[in-house]
Design a protein around this ligand. Structure first.
Ligand code: FRU
Length: 609
């Protein structure tokens, strides 16, 4: 393009920009320049629906009410095509002039004006937002957000018969942004009710992960039984803030004295509990880049003293340390208890990407000391032996002294690329944990699906006993009544075989192989041919779990829920949690044995209610 043409086109565009007013179903759009448009809401409505295109960058949106900045958020406003819509609630602003100042992200190489973007014609007002599920990979009985991106579960507490679950949420798109606390509740840990957003970004930053406690003795002075939540305010710094709720976590008041804890280095995910022996609150903070956990104490939740740190140079260190938890767990079959420090780490997990490690030891109210193994080393232990288990923490105040945990069922390596759109990510099934002392003298976390999960069972569709099988696969049908979801209970005996192969498959040849290798004392999970795997190079993998015993008999409890498989060891010694994306649900379970005949001692398959 010569100079004159370039001048001429610039002038035309500038003129067009000023003039391109676009009145459209109750909204007026005015394009000011390449990267700037104003959206004025002219009619009363509950929502403005923003059209999103997944693969582009976020536009920054400032909401002005009567000319004053109310909030700033980011949306991947559609340029070329609309993948889905996200709702922005304007019902509370009916008495105000509502103006969105949209700053787009076109750069010079895109040679386009934002005024040409697909979003403007598609943007609309609506009194409703349709959250009907449109995704074949959305789990049926695992917790998922209604729409939008979710990562860590956090801030969980149990009160008055209700399990409260908060989670890292982007309500304006299915990728990580606009971090807020979403809120769901359940009375049975299976059915989740979705509530309004609990905490939204404010002037101190995004609302990152944290925890909640019930202040039964009113130590903080907000009132007896107030719910007190701590979270990381994340902007250029990461500082710790507090909010409290007098109505069981529905509405929060952000504490005006925030931040409560500041450090000059990256620290996040405050996790608190009441330590009865010392009569103090304890707070763990992930000193992320220093790969350690900081331990603070406080009499009143407002004034905190740094007491100690744990972890420098210990355990897995090849990633940032995040989302701590410290639990006092009973050792099964004994009167003993030990302290367990949970440390989420990303990357550097046992199978790549993010994973949860833990340390067993003692805690005196100020300092955590990890147990050493026979070689005088602090061993690295993993809470789950799949790739999709992260940010796991426990519920505060769970009933009957239970220790109930839940994790984010994804991996930072590919969480934003998994083949879903309306929502991204589910949580694991809730799990009850305790400790066992294994043959090597070490304590390990013992995990069972929370007992409430029994209520998921519907019909027993397969029941088999005492069947011997060899190299030729012996097959059973998975329930067809609710596609892609079921529970399988099986016990195999490998006394007369070298290994047992358990395969879940569909007619397209997509499959998951589970292999029990008694000589190696492992169970492996191979998802390399499980269905859609090529959305990310790190997805197609094989993971391994140690059975922690010499036994050649293995019982498993397997939960399949459309795009996830959780394999629980019947003795509680391990869990394997992995995502799978079969293009059609798996329909068959086949058993075969290598190096001899194995015995199916029992098999039960249940459809899910
Ligand atoms: C862990 C994490 C946390 C942080 C949050 C932000 O997955 O990185 O450390 O608080 O996610 O969404």
């Amino acid at each position: 393009m010569n100079y004159f043409k370039l001048m001429a086109s610039t002038v035309t565009t500038a003129l067009l920009g000023i003039m391109s007013l676009n009145a459209n179903n109750g909204i007026t759009i005015e394009h000011l320049g390449t990267n700037n448009s104003l959206v004025k809401v002219d009619e009363k409505s509950n929502y403005i629906l923003f059209p999103v295109e997944e693969s582009i960058e976020d536009a920054k949106i400032n909401l002005l009410l009567d000319g004053k900045l109310e909030k700033t958020f980011r949306v991947r406003l559609a340029r070329n095509k609309v993948d889905y819509y996200v709702p922005f609630d304007i019902s509370q602003y009916h008495d105000k002039n509502i103006l969105f100042n949209v700053i787009s992200n076109h750069n010079r190489t895109s040679v386009r004006e934002s005024s040409e973007d697909a979003c403007w014609k598609a943007m609309k007002l609506s009194d409703t937002f349709d959250t009907t599920n449109r995704e074949k990979f959305r789990p049926l009985y695992h917790h998922t957000p209604l729409y939008g991106w979710m990562n860590d579960p956090n801030g969980m507490f149990y009160k008055d018969g209700v399990w409260h679950l908060y989670y890292q949420w982007n309500p304006y798109g299915s990728k990580w942004e606009n971090l807020s606390w979403g809120h769901s509740t359940s009375t049975d840990l299976i059915n989740w009710e979705h509530h309004k957003i609990a905490l939204e970004p404010d002037g101190l930053g995004y609302i990152f992960s944290g925890s909640s406690v019930i202040d039964t003795d009113n130590t903080a002075g907000f009132g007896k039984d107030e719910v007190i939540s701590f979270y990381t305010s994340a902007d250029v710094s990461q500082i710790q803030s507090m909010a409290h709720s007098a109505d069981n976590g529905e509405n929060f008041t952000v504490y005006p004295g925030n931040p409560i804890i500041t450090l000059d280095s990256e620290a996040r995910d405050p996790n608190m509990f009441w330590h009865a022996e010392s009569g103090k609150w304890v707070l763990l903070l992930a000193h992320a880049l220093d790969h350690e956990m900081l331990i603070f104490t406080s009499p009143d939740l407002k004034n905190w003293t740094l007491e100690s740190s744990f972890g420098k140079g210990e355990g897995a260190q090849n990633g940032v340390w995040e989302c701590p938890d410290l639990l006092y767990l009973p050792v099964n079959g004994t009167d003993e208890h030990k302290w367990v420090l949970i440390c989420n780490l990303n990357p550097g997990g046992v199978f790549g990407g993010s994973a949860t490690q833990y340390f067993v030891g003692d805690f005196d109210g100020k300092t955590f000391t990890a147990d050493k193994d026979a070689n005088g080393k602090i061993p690295t232990k993993w809470m789950d032996h799949g790739k999709d288990h992260y940010a796991t923490v426990s519920w505060h105040n769970a009933p009957d002294n239970r220790n109930v945990v839940i994790g984010w069922m994804s991996n930072w390596q590919y969480a934003a690329e998994v083949p879903t759109k309306q929502f991204r990510s589910a949580n694991t099934l809730p799990r009850d944990i305790s400790l066992i002392k294994a043959d090597d003298g070490q304590y390990y976390i013992h995990t069972i699906p929370s007992p409430e999960m029994i209520a998921l069972r519907d019909k027993k569709t397969v029941s088999a006993k005492s069947k011997s099988f060899g190299a030729k696969p012996h097959s059973f049908q998975l329930p067809a009544s609710n596609d892609g979801v079921c529970e399988i209970l099986l016990t195999v005996n490998s006394e007369k075989a070298d290994s047992v192969l358990m395969t879940l498959s569909n007619a397209k040849g997509e499959k998951v192989d589970l292999i029990f290798d008694p000589a190696a004392s492992t169970v492996s999970f191979d998802r390399t041919q499980s269905g859609l795997t090529d959305f990310n190079q790190d997805f197609a993998t094989r993971t391994f779990a140690p059975t922690l015993r010499k036994n050649r008999v293995l019982s498993l409890r397997i939960f399949i829920d459309r795009s996830s498989i959780e394999v629980f060891d019947g003795e509680g010694n391990f869990v394997i949690t992995n995502l799978v994306f079969p293009t059609e649900p798996y329909t068959t379970l086949s058993l075969s044995a290598d190096g001899g005949k194995a015995q199916l001692e029992s098999l039960e398959i249940y459809s899910i209610k």
